[in-house]
Design a binder for this molecule. Structure first.
Ligand SMILES: NC(=O)c1ccc[n+]([C@@H]2O[C@H](COP(=O)([O-])OP(=O)(O)OC[C@H]3O[C@@H](n4cnc5c(N)ncnc54)[C@H](OP(=O)(O)O)[C@@H]3O)[C@@H](O)[C@H]2O)c1
Length: 340
């Protein structure tokens, strides 16, 4: 059965459908959020990077704050301790609110200590400025690092999720560790509407492709954040709670053979140079550190891919890494100190 809300570790109830607001500004975002709240949405997803918090603040000012779930995110360039605090305070001011229901690290930054960032998130939590903390665009490996370090539970991982990009290893790891998965770009920015399976099911159920995709996602225990600036679409995207997909049809979507991400962010590819540091070289350093202590016949397991896929034999390796390296930083300087 699909639960409308997900209970987070602190007991808060996160509504299963939220309004996405990326890339809409000014009157358009105001209209979308107003329309969404009128239609019955109670959950808004924004970020300091979306440059629309002030407009959202204006709209929610005429609503009872307690009835709205508000998520914002801190940009990866603002992940040093003081910057996290400042970013959050600025978001609160722009949104005209005293607290956020959820504050996320928008995507990982390997050049800044994750421990430092999470210490700042913990301070915000302890001061009541944010009620829950989480991450976004984190792999299973990165999430396990955050969980290992943080005193406050990592309640959510917001990741790209739609029938063409299900990121199963991350989702499985999140579900295993009671971390709620939120689907960013749940409609694949409409590209997924062209999928033959989705089109056939839309015909069978006499529903829109958007409805089929969103229903499938919430049946997979994923919170969805569709974005729309069209009144009818906003209304339609909420109409996914009182009907269900036949399990056979649900499985047909699960088994769509596709791995096509729709959006990109700087550190998605491990090999890519970001912030002046090759993430692959960081991984290699972990590896050489580990190889000092891990039996030689097991070294073939030490692949980045295996870590990300959460393979059982990697859990043990993760444990060793946890003990040896504390898994607390992706910062080059910290790593090199440890590798020495
Ligand atoms: N954490 C992250 O890094 C990250 C990354 C991406 C997204 N997100 C979050 O996830 C939200 C959603 O992702 P997204 O905005 O990238 O894309 P999306 O929700 O997958 O797709 C948005 C597109 O779908 C269309 N649409 C919406 N409902 C429709 C319907 N019922 N029928 C037909 N078309 C429909 C919209 O057009 P109309 O306006 O015409 O309806 C818009 O072009 C974002 O707004 C943001 O809040 C987070």
């Amino acid at each position: 059965m699909v639960e409308y809300a997900k209970t987070l570790p602190g007991g808060d109830e996160l509504p299963a459908v939220g309004i996405g607001t990326w890339d809409i500004h000014g009157g358009t975002v105001k209209q979308s959020v107003r329309c969404g709240l009128d239609a019955g949405y109670t959950h808004i997803d924004t970020a300091e990077g979306y440059d629309n918090e002030e407009e959202i603040g204006t709209v929610i000012s005429s609503h009872n704050r307690e009835n709205i779930w508000l998520t914002s995110k801190v940009l990866p360039k603002h992940l040093h301790y003081e910057s996290v605090i400042e970013s959050c305070r600025n978001s609160l001011e722009r949104l005209g609110t005293e607290y956020l229901d959820l504050y996320l690290i928008h995507w990982p930054n390997p050049a800044i200590s994750l421990r430092e960032t999470l210490n700042a998130m913990t301070k915000l939590y302890n001061e009541g400025l944010v009620r829950n903390i989480g991450v976004s665009n984190f792999t299973a490996y990165q999430l396990s690092c955050a969980q290992h370090i943080s005193d406050v539970p990592i309640a959510v991982n917001q990741i790209e999720y739609h029938p063409w990009f299900t990121q199963d290893p991350v989702v499985e790891y999140c579900h295993e560790t009671n971390t709620v998965v939120e689907a960013a770009a749940p409609l694949g920015r409409t590209e997924v509407f062209a999928d033959e399976t989705i089109q056939n099911l839309a015909d069978t159920y006499d529903r829109s492709p958007a409805n089929i995709i969103l229903r499938w996602a919430i049946e997979n225990e994923i919170v969805v954040l569709p974005k729309s600036s069209t009144r009818d679409h906003i209304q339609e995207n909420l109409e996914i709670l009182d009907w269900e997909l036949d399990p056979v049809d649900h499985d047909r979507i699960d088994s769509i053979e596709m791995s096509r991400p729709i959006y990109d962010f700087p550190s998605r590819a491990w090999e890519r140079e970001v912030y002046g540091i090759s993430q692959w070289s960081v991984a290699e350093r972990y590896r050489s550190n580990l190889e000092l202590t891990y039996p030689i016949n097991r070294r073939r397991y030490l692949s980045r891919r295996n870590f990300d896929q959460g393979r059982p034999h990697c859990r043990r390796i993760r444990l060793i890494l946890g003990l040896q390296c504390c898994f607390d930083d992706w910062g080059e300087s910290i790593l090199s100190a440890r590798v020495k």
